[in-house]
Design a binder for this molecule. Structure first.
Ligand SMILES: Nc1ncnc2c1ncn2[C@@H]1O[C@H](COP(=O)(O)OP(=O)(O)OP(=O)(O)O)[C@@H](O)[C@H]1O
Ligand SMILES: O=c1[nH]cc([C@@H]2O[C@H](CO)[C@@H](O)[C@H]2O)c(=O)[nH]1
Length: 364
């Protein structure tokens, strides 16, 4: 094989969709010369022909946000209206991205459909994430900055207030999803956060229902939960914290029984399995099959709460895909959140399936 042929083969390997015109531009040959090389490579059996490429079958596709998380933790009790001595850190974030990374670390085959800006932050997020996750369905946008999440934490690691600068997600339209539907159709399960527009959320819910693709929705905040449609038929799991569950159910949760009333209201919108989390009081679950219960977490030292909810969702999905029932899937979810609570990062870099199983066995 001569130098030009091996260059053409290399370019085709990197991008099987490359056109003869692009190959000509990249090799400095004329288009007809490229055609000649391709024909001789085909005759020699080095190229097997042109083909449509289908996405690989994946366990999970995560749809939604990828942000840079900036966390500033007060060293002493927070005092409002004055300057508090603090410590800052930065990590990769975004609910969909966090879930995808957690699942990737747990050994699942997962892909991420997100958008970032064409800036150093976007580059960093995708570069870091691609070690655990297939990022091919994601895109960099040249005219928008990467989303950022800035959280002020108190000295105990609990979030006091957070600011979400994520206008980039408003530019995602139904066509973006349509073009990438092949990835969704090839998945055993879809997990979607509520960062994208209400039109996109509705489109994914409706189409997953029609095509019978299990879908888990996890809201990112109480303002953004309101983007969900009234009709949630087709949603398999909805996993929300107390504030998000209140906003979605329009029920104020004051006591134990209210959690189940809120869950029942959300179930009546069409959701099969509802989980409402409640910080150090664990969670409650309520399903169409009539399962209902509360699970308490063990007492743990909290380093930083950021990402606890996302790892809980990841643990539940990991267990659900392995065929566990709702109660045990929720326990795996709690075990996964404990590992995040003990880490300053939004996703614990020490997470793996062995570590998760050991934590589950230790506490449940
Ligand atoms: N202090 C804690 N002690 C033990 N478990 C906790 C604590 N805080 C959170 N968790 C675990 O994490 C899960 C999710 O926490 P929470 O209800 O605060 O959700 P969230 O607001 O979505 O979290 P975040 O936004 O911080 O990721 C809980 O169901 C629980 O299992
Ligand atoms: O509106 C949003 N707020 C916060 C997040 C993300 O939540 C994560 C913590 O649960 C954190 O990584 C942040 O980026 C998001 O994706 N959208």
């Amino acid at each position: 094989m001569n130098e030009k042929e091996s260059l053409i083969l290399q370019l085709i390997k990197t991008n099987p969709f490359i056109s003869q015109i692009e190959l000509a531009e990249k090799t400095g040959l004329s288009r007809s010369a490229v055609a000649g090389y391709i024909s001789s490579l085909t005759k020699d059996g080095k190229l097997l022909g042109r083909a449509y490429i289908l996405p690989n079958k994946k366990d999970i596709v995560a749809i939604g946000g990828s942000n840079v998380d900036r966390k500033i933790q007060s060293l002493k009790t927070l005092q409002y209206g004055t300057s508090n001595p603090a410590e800052s850190s930065q990590s990769c974030g975004g609910v969909a991205r966090n879930i995808a990374e957690n699942l990737g670390r747990l050994g699942c085959d997962v892909s991420l459909m997100t958008v970032v800006g064409e800036d150093p932050e976007g580059e960093w997020l995708l570069d870091y994430t691609k070690s655990f996750v297939d990022i091919r369905p994601s895109q960099k946008l040249s005219d928008q900055p990467t989303g950022t999440y800035t959280a002020i934490l108190d000295n105990e690691g609990e979030m006091a207030v957070a600011l979400a600068d994520m206008s980039i997600y408003d530019s995602i339209d139904q066509e973006f999803i349509e073009k990438r539907w092949g990835y969704i159709a090839a998945a055993s399960m879809v997990v979607m956060d509520t960062n994208f527009s209400d039109d996109v959320l509705k489109q994914v819910i409706t189409r997953c229902e029609i095509e019978n693709i299990p879908l888990c929705i996890t809201p990112v905040s109480s303002p953004k939960v309101k983007k969900l449609p009234q009709n949630l038929q087709g949603v398999t799991w909805l996993i929300a914290n107390k504030d998000e569950a209140e906003a979605l159910s329009e029920i104020e949760i004051k006591e134990e029984g209210d959690y189940f009333k809120a869950a029942e209201r959300i179930h009546k919108k069409g959701v099969e399995k509802v989980v409402i989390t409640r910080g150090d009081k664990g969670l409650i679950y309520y399903t169409k099959e009539g399962e209902a219960g509360a699970i308490l977490p063990p007492k743990v030292e909290v380093e930083d709460v950021t990402g606890a909810g996302d790892s809980l969702v990841s643990g539940i999905m990991y267990a659900y895909l392995k065929g566990l029932d709702t109660e045990n899937a929720c326990k795996i979810g709690i075990a996964c959140s404990i590992l995040t609570l003990r880490s300053h990062e939004t996703v614990n870099p020490a997470l793996n399936d062995l570590h998760l199983q050991e934590t589950f066995k230790k506490y449940f």
